[in-house]
Design a protein. Structure first.
Lengths: 113, 115
């Protein structure tokens, strides 16, 4: 089965700096990789996702890169703001409808103003 | 679009009683819904996959007789925690994917406290 590892577990950055969170996966059949942001006591919110037929995707200050050969993908947040502070989870799934997501352990991001 | 609701948001129950949690997809049909449990400062742990019109698929270590799942329609799945114990206290979150789409959207979660 799929195994997803996420690093770092905590990340502190100064407001305005960039933040990078990295994940690796084990199942080469996985082809869908979402990223979720979760604030304390709230639901995970999908912030960006990428499929295995592309190497990079960007949405304003957020970008995700995927290296299928190395089986790793990364979340990049530029110009961080205090409201970016949250727990971020990566996930992977083979992508067929109904297939379960396998989540990383999460990264606590703290943006210091 | 892709809104998932969950009810109740918080529930406190006594040990030995049962609690039912509802998960609804409000603006789309979901053949499959997922139920997760999340303990403080931990990741989401998949409990079971709920399939409309058929039996749920439980993850290893999850007692199917304790966590009853019913997926009666394309917009509603329920999780019943039977004979609840304090160790069942947790944040329970459901998610749903629109039929034919792999994006998964989460409900707001239910905070269960068993006293």
């Amino acid at each position: 089965g799929e195994n997803v590892e996420q690093h770092p577990s905590t990340l502190s950055v100064q407001e305005g700096d960039s933040a990078v969170i990295k994940c690796t996966y084990s199942d080469s059949a996985s082809n869908y990789f979402p990223w979720y942001k979760q604030e304390l006591g709230k639901r995970p919110q999908l912030i960006i996702d990428i499929r295995s037929n592309v190497g990079e995707k960007k949405d304003q200050r957020i970008a995700v890169t995927l290296n299928k050969t190395a089986k790793h993908f990364s979340l990049h947040i530029t110009e961080t703001q205090p409201e970016d502070s949250a727990v971020y989870f990566c996930a992977a799934t083979p992508g067929e409808y109904g297939n379960k997501l396998v989540f990383g352990a999460g990264t606590i991001l703290r943006v210091k103003s | 679009g892709a809104v998932v609701s969950q009810h109740p948001s918080r529930v406190i129950c006594k040990s030995g009683t049962s609690v039912k949690i509802e998960c609804r997809s409000l603006d789309f049909q979901a053949t499959t819904m997922f139920w997760y449990r999340q303990f403080p400062k931990q990741s989401l742990m998949l409990m079971a996959t709920s399939n409309e019109g058929s039996k749920a698929t439980y993850e290893q270590g999850v007692e199917k007789d304790k966590f009853l799942i019913n997926h009666a329609s394309l917009t509603l799945s329920t999780l019943t925690v039977t004979s609840a114990h304090p160790e069942d206290s947790s944040f329970y979150i459901c998610s749903a994917s629109e039929t034919g789409v792999d994006r998964e959207y989460f409900g707001p979660g239910t905070r269960l406290t068993v006293t």
